[in-house]
Design a binder for this molecule. Structure first.
Ligand code: PAF
Length: 285
């Protein structure tokens, strides 16, 4: 596996693979890779002949006071994991390479509606930063397909929308969330949790599962279901940012008649913000 740091080298390597008739898959990441990322790369390797992964902690998607500076950077360990997972090319650019003219004048990509509410409400500008960097990376790599985790459900919806709206010929694949045995969704931010917090954290997925089970049993009083689990999260010492039941496709608030639902949560445990979701399609077998 080759590691390149410039757009020029990236384009040259991808062009070589293309000239050999290879199908190109792309997995954008911010590094500090765990089994969830490895699953994305493995899926990419199953679907294409040449897998490109990027590692770039994108300042444009972090708000003031967020964890940009302390976001873990673990390039050597990441390279090892990517090699094992079947990645062919790692693109690990600097901030200057990605934003040579600075960020203030950078053209932005914004996806209205889907970016509003949920994480968009508490992280203003976040999805614009994500949509902008993903658009740039897509233009640099020009992959046939790209793989993203379903753990970032709203992000995945935003990326599907931008690819559709900007007519990008890229197939977007969403991979299921990888969880620890106790249900906690794997995340680079889990490393910020103390052992005591880590022991409490699975309550997030338990709350989602309780709501899903109640809906499967026929309960449709969504506000009551949510209120009950907010109480559970608070009792466990978390500070919920949101817990909502939405339509899975549009992310609009769900009505009791809707069948394809997603339950989404963000909650602080100390200073660490955990997010998770559970897709519940009542018509699926
Ligand atoms: O999900 C992430 O790791 C990031 O938001 C992404 C998609 C790599 C864009 O920086």
């Amino acid at each position: 596996m080759n590691t390149v740091k410039t757009v020029r080298e990236l384009r040259a390597a991808v062009a070589r693979a293309r000239s050999e008739g290879k199908r190109i898959a792309f997995v954008p990441t911010m590094g500090n890779l765990h089994s969830g990322h490895v699953a994305l790369v493995t899926k990419a390797a199953q679907r294409a002949d040449f897998v490109v992964t990027s590692i770039f902690v994108n300042p444009l998607q972090f708000g003031a006071g967020e964890d940009l500076d302390k976001y873990p950077r673990t390039l050597a360990a990441d390279q090892e994991k990517l090699l094992q997972a079947g990645c062919h090319l790692l693109f690990a650019p600097s901030v200057e390479e990605m934003y040579p003219d600075g960020m203030a004048g950078q053209t932005r990509v914004s996806v209205p509606q889907l970016s509003e509410g949920l994480c968009g409400a508490s992280r203003p500008g976040h999805f614009e930063g994500v949509a902008t960097v993903v658009s740039k990376l897509f233009n640099m790599v020009q992959p046939d397909l790209a793989v993203f985790g379903q753990k970032d459900f709203q992000q995945l919806a935003v990326i599907r929308a931008l690819v559709h709206d900007l007519n990008m010929p890229i197939q977007i694949i969403g991979e299921p969330t990888v969880r620890a045995e106790d249900g906690l969704a794997l995340s680079s931010r889990n490393g910020f949790l103390s052992p005591e917090q880590r022991a409490v954290a699975p309550v997030v997925y338990r709350s989602l599962s309780c709501i899903a089970e109640a809906i499967r049993q026929g309960q449709r009083d969504f506000p009551a279901l949510v209120a009950e689990q907010v109480t559970q999260l608070e009792a466990a010492g978390l500070r919920p940012d949101y817990l909502e039941i939405r339509q899975a496709r549009t992310l609009r608030p769900a009505t009791p008649e809707d069948r394809d639902l997603v339950i989404l949560v963000a909650a602080f445990l100390g200073t660490t913000r955990l997010i998770d979701n559970l897709h519940l399609d009542l018509d699926a077998a």
